[in-house]
Ligand binder design. Sequence first.
Ligand code: CA
Length: 228
Amino acid sequence: MSSRILLVEDEPGLVLTLSDLLAAEGYQVDSAPDGPQGLAKAGSQHFDLIILDVMLPGKNGFEVCRELRQKGSDVAILMLTAKTQVVDRVVGLRLGADDYLAKPFDPAELLARVEALLRRVRKDKLTPVVRFRFGDIEVDFEKAELLKGGTPLSLAGKELQLLHYLIDHRGKVLSREELLQNVWEYQAGISTRTVDVHIAWLRQKIEKNPQAPRHILTVRGSGYRFSP
Ligand code: CA
């Protein structure tokens, strides 16, 4: 799915140019001509990134940025500042902007910043998986169902939670401590040994050969890593 970008900018010429530029790169672009409308749109629709001009009618970019962060929005924000106002970028970053670009800018530079920010956002927020398929396994975390070669398998609640966490963080090395903290939330009487035991149970159920696992891998000295 293509990323959605909100452009909050009051110069019609620049809105047109940037919208075309971003759309040509495959982004879905929406725009707002002033601070209040920018805030309203950002609050009512999902955007992956906001390109926010500082000098805006109604409410300036700083105010918009601050209000968004105060409302708990963690959308990526790229601020457009005036070249002469060095203080702009300092203030902007302090108010929660992720990056800034001084006007006038090279369109290629803008695209590079947008791409880098979106990449960062995607990496930070690996979307939690609801349904996932790997090998001959199909798992639906919403329905708490797991099929192996089309046959339903029963998994205990903790096994399913552990598998969910492993899949959500696939490719990453996860320490026993991290798993303990996030899957068991440090319940009393639980130790890292519990993690190992549950991993072994999961392997028994989902791996073709639990002695030589293909999906739930041991990373010596570090923990575990899920490989689809
Ligand atoms: Ca402006």
